[in-house]
Design a protein around this ligand. Structure first.
Ligand code: M6R
Length: 610
């Protein structure tokens, strides 16, 4: 949460910082600011609200200069206000810093610093860092990097920090612990950001900053000091994301664009993975014996990624016959699960930054488990904590609501399930071939589903003003119901409940009254008849029925007020398709209600706090 950007080079920095923040705005959008250094002075501009407010403020201020830092905030300590917006300064006004993360001991530090005469101007945890650096600069540290290093020793919690100081006018100094920060190596200068999209328009050459590093950037040099203050070289890597992928490309919103990118994203995630009747996952460096010895799998994730994990559980148990437990990461990390060296933990995270998921992984490894991570963001923290990494190739997802990354996570989980089933001999070659050929056809089936959506916009008109939606599904339709309810509530602010259809009669049925929309996943499957019985129970109580079903299934269509068709496909793989009309439905309902679908209130794309 929160986005950091920094630039030092031959160009005007304020424009680059603003553009970078625009690409990071998904990380937080309640206030923003920049600090630009020029002629031995610091110019700071901050504004409350989304980035457009900062843009307006920058039009009227003189912020020329070739070195600067910027920040877009997701409030943790202190309400969204100009005073709480970053950058924050020390008492002298010579230093400005931006910070992402949480300083857990900030209250004690603030009290101590105040006692030593420091004046505070915000309610943030961040401001203590500025004053700590100031003390180091006045109490013997001979340079900004060493002051940042010394100050960081007092901090408990997580941080990515970037600092500029008029005493050191040619450098940006940065440090991190458990919050993301990457360097972009450019032609006209060097960049720093909490996410690669911030500088993608300028460079695709990226260097990851590790925990404990202090980084010193100038226009033409990059110095990295490791935790022992040794100057070290970290290799750069070239990312294959292109800048168009981080732009709206003609769509009204990133979310809609990302929904429509799903055929390509899914294709990219499975590309090169199939050979005859099996899956090649070279990353999964487990011996046959290690695979045979796996006694239990935990899938650990949050939000949408958790729903992908749920589908993964169904697939792995059905295909590979290994018991799988699914855990919300925030529960997993504190509930003392039974783990040993024959446990495989699969962590799923789009951002690779989710604090709870990361903590769960670290803990599982300490207890001897092997950790496989399914991640979308290259170089993110989780990619570095896992023993085995499977990247989804969804490209950057900017909309806060996860869409294309969800279907790519499903793709990755199917690959893992098939791999394990092959290694353990639980699926025949014929069964594997048939699943593989369906997976290969999936991008076209997604495309078909996307093209046929006029009925969704029509249905939107009927439902967009209603206060409550109930989503039902059974088997792999259940995670789709959960995911679709989550999507509806997060972007439209309509109360939506996802339920296992069979559970409806145990409570939620009491919610149904005349006209309550019951959105049901009822495509062809082993449990379809059971789901349709639950539909009948809902109809009997006056519900309006929306069904996602198999194209051409007239019986099911006959029971629906609104029917969203998907192509026929293998039951376990069907969530890839059944989820898509419901993503579009949430999108259209939210738009009809005038909501900002890309930046829903109170949310952020990366949840780096507990
Ligand atoms: O980056 P992660 O996949 O770990 O994020 C987990 C959740 O925060 C995320 O899926 C969230 O629920 C989505 N915004 C929902 O659309």
């Amino acid at each position: 949460m929160c986005g950091i950007v920094g630039y030092v080079g031959s160009e005007q920095s304020s424009k680059i910082l603003y553009e970078g923040l625009r690409r990071l705005e998904y990380r937080g959008y309640d206030s923003a600011g920049v600090a630009v250094m020029n002629d031995g002075g610091l110019n700071i501009v901050r504004a409350v609200g989304n980035l457009a407010h900062l843009g307006k403020a920058l039009e009227t201020e003189d912020v020329s200069g070739n070195i600067g830092i910027g920040h877009t905030r997701w409030a943790t300590h202190g309400k969204p206000s100009e005073a709480n917006a970053h950058p924050h300064q020390d008492c002298t006004g010579n230093l400005a810093i931006v910070h992402n993360g949480i300083i857990e001991n900030f209250a004690e530090l603030r009290e101590e610093l105040s006692g030593r005469g420091h004046d505070f101007h915000s309610e943030t945890d961040t401001e203590v860092i500025a004053h700590l650096i100031e003390e180091q600069m006045t109490n013997g540290c001979d340079s900004l990097p060493s002051a940042v290093r010394e100050a960081s020793k007092s901090l408990d919690g997580t941080y990515a920090i970037a600092a500029v100081c008029t005493d050191d006018p040619d450098h940006i100094v940065a440090a991190r612990r458990d919050s993301p920060l990457v360097i972009g190596v450019g032609e006209t200068g060097n960049f720093l950001a909490s996410g690669i999209p911030a500088f993608l328009a300028h460079t695709r050459e990226v260097i990851n900053i590790e925990n404990g590093d202090v980084v010193i950037l100038s226009a033409d040099s990059i110095t990295i000091l490791d935790e022992n203050d040794n100057s070290i070289t970290r290799e750069s890597e070239t990312v294959d994301w292109d800048v168009a992928a981080a732009e709206k490309g003609g769509y009204d919103d990133f979310m809609l664009k990302e929904i429509f990118e799903q055929p390509e994203a899914f294709r990219n995630t499975i590309r090169g993975r199939f050979k005859d009747d099996h899956v090649t996952l070279d990353e999964l460096k487990l011996t046959d014996q290690q695979v045979a010895d796996i006694s239990k799998i935990y899938i650990v994730a949050c939000g949408t990624s958790y729903h992908a994990g749920m589908v993964g559980k169904y697939a792995i148990e059905k295909w590979a016959r290994i018991p799988v437990e699914l855990d919300v990461a925030s529960e997993f990390r504190y509930r003392d699960p039974v783990i040993d060296e024959n446990t495989l933990v699969i962590a799923i995270s789009q951002s690779g930054e989710t604090a709870d998921t990361l903590a769960g992984v670290v803990q599982a490894r300490e207890q001897g488990a092997k950790v496989l991570a399914v991640v979308n963001v290259v170089g993110s923290l989780l990619t570095r904590e896992a023993d085995i990494l499977i990247l989804t190739h969804a490209g950057p997802e900017i909309g806060v609501a996860a869409t294309k990354t969800f279907t790519c996570q499903l793709a990755a989980m199917y690959l893992v399930g098939l791999y394990l089933a092959t290694a353990r001999g639980t699926l025949s070659s014929g069964e594997r071939r048939s699943i593989i050929s369906e997976l290969e056809r999936m991008p076209e089936m997604i495309q078909e589903t996307l093209e046929d959506h006029s009925m969704i916009t029509e249905a939107t008109e009927k439902y967009f003003e209603l206060p409550d939606f109930l989503y039902l599904g059974r088997g792999v339709g259940f995670p789709v119901a959960l995911e679709s309810a989550l999507k509806m509530k997060e972007i439209s602010y309509i109360h939506a409940e996802g339920y296992a259809a069979g559970e409806m009669k145990h409570g939620p049925i009491a919610l149904i009254e005349d006209g309550t929309p019951v959105i049901t996943v009822a495509n062809n499957s082993l449990v379809q008849d059971k789901v349709l019985s639950n539909v009948q129970e809902s109809i009997a109580r006056g519900a309006s029925i929306v069904i996602v079903g198999t194209r051409g299934d007239k019986t099911t269509m006959g029971q629906a007020d609104d029917f969203f068709p998907v192509p026929e496909c293998d039951e376990i793989l069907s969530p890839v398709l059944t989820t898509i009309p419901l993503q579009l439905f949430s999108y259209h309902v939210a738009k009809r209600r005038g909501c900002n679908v890309d930046q829903p209130r109170n949310l952020a794309k990366s949840v780096t706090v507990e």
